[in-house]
Design a protein around this ligand. Structure first.
Ligand SMILES: Nc1ncnc2c1ncn2[C@@H]1O[C@H](COP(=O)(O)OP(=O)(O)O)[C@@H](O)[C@H]1O
Ligand SMILES: [Mg+2]
Length: 356
């Protein structure tokens, strides 16, 4: 039976087949998109012609050819003929066909800049250390604050005249304000409540909230992959994470009726996060057409207390990141005027998402 070629074209991984002389013999639609070319243009061409700087790329192919073993190469930089640079993870599998001829099957997965940032273990580690420090500090503030508030209440009862009570009221009010700030700094603290859920329940919930918050003024475009299965996650916390991201988009828009947010869901196979390859992950993209994140704060956007708004706390994205990390996922962001793009990935193996 002949394989339906549309199957190969519908997967997100780019696949190119070469013969032993490294000439292109087949290519799926994702590879055409990734390499900004077409099969007709490349058929019969040498692998070295596909990109402008083929050294690293050819080395990976030749290595697999010489060793006859599967060869994985992470983060190869390729310059396309348009001048655009892309970075890909490449898996090269040598295959022998019926008449003994050697072929190479090359799988290519693009890793964009945002993912390189979010997958950077040392950066994630630094952010986690910061968060731990802030949590520690928050606890240290909270304990004496309770004492200050309690003492002010006792003092209020002993005061000889009502005018002086205004001072104790100020102490109590400001202590409460500080306590609220500290609680927000501490963020969601409870264990994850993992239940099998579909990511679209989360996205739809937040979509309704944002529509209500904007008085029905925003446009929200949904681009869901309906085949995404349920997986173990904490729905309430994921709602919080997505809400924090989408609310920022709404707040950044000059006015709500010009605000357009796109919600996209996809599945991705064999995806590396940290040191693990996950069989299946759920990818969510949240894009908006607003003014973009100010360049000065973009590199530190997930750090706590980094804000671009006069009345902001800078905690929204820090909390969102912390929730995604607790689900063993990663989150990243890219932004320029007119296009801000948040992406997060969550592992979908049910038994994997243990609460941390
Ligand atoms: N979609 C977006 N468009 C423009 N700016 C954004 C967007 N998302 C986040 N930002 C910027 O990032 C800052 C930090 O966001 P966040 O962590 O939620 O804290 P806060 O909203 O309290 O400032 C915001 O103040 C804003 O300047
Ligand atoms: Mg916010």
């Amino acid at each position: 039976m002949k394989q339906d070629p549309s199957i190969l074209d519908s997967i997100s991984t780019g696949i190119v087949k070469f013969d032993e002389k490294l000439t292109v013999t087949a290519m799926n639609a994702s590879a055409e998109a990734l390499l900004e070319t077409s099969l007709t243009r490349c058929l019969g061409q040498h692998a070295g012609k596909l990109v402008l700087d083929p050294t690293q790329w050819l080395a990976a192919l030749e290595h697999a050819l010489a060793s006859s073993n599967l060869h994985t190469n992470r983060g190869i930089a390729l310059t396309l003929h348009s001048g655009q640079e892309i970075r890909v993870d490449v898996v090269v599998t040598p295959l022998t066909d019926h008449d003994g001829a050697l072929n190479l099957l090359v799988e290519m997965m693009a890793i964009d800049r945002l993912l390189r940032i979010s997958r950077d273990e040392s950066l994630v580690h630094a952010q986690e250390t910061n968060r731990a420090m802030i949590r520690g500090l928050a606890h240290e503030i909270k304990n004496p604050l309770g004492g200050v508030r309690g003492a002010a209440q006792l003092l209020a009862r002993e005061l000889p005249n009502e005018e002086l009570a205004e001072y104790t009221r100020i102490i109590i009010r400001e202590a409460d304000r500080l306590r609220d700030l500290v609680d927000r700094l501490l963020g969601p603290n409870r264990q994850l409540d993992l239940q099998p859920r579909n990511i679209h329940e989360v996205l739809e919930h937040v979509r309704n909230l944002i529509i209500a918050e904007s008085d029905n003024a925003v446009t929200i475009i949904r681009d869901y992959d309906p085949s995404l299965p349920e997986f173990a996650c904490d729905k309430a916390q994921l709602i919080q994470a997505v809400l924090n991201i989408m609310r920022n988009a709404l707040q950044a828009a000059p006015n709500a009726d010009q605000c357009e947010i796109t919600l996209r869901s996809r599945s991705q196979r064999q995806f590396t996060m940290g040191t693990r390859v996950h069989r299946l992950v759920c990818r969510v993209d949240i894009l908006d057409n607003g003014p973009g994140i100010p360049a000065a704060i973009l590199p530190a956007i997930f750090a706590p207390m980094v804000t671009g708004r006069a009345d902001g706390t800078g905690l929204g994205l820090s909390i969102a990141q912390s929730i995604i990390h607790r689900h063993k996922g990663v989150i990243g962001c890219e932004s320029r005027p007119g296009k801000t793009h948040f992406t997060f990935f969550l592992p979908m193996e049910l038994h994997d998402a243990k609460a941390s």
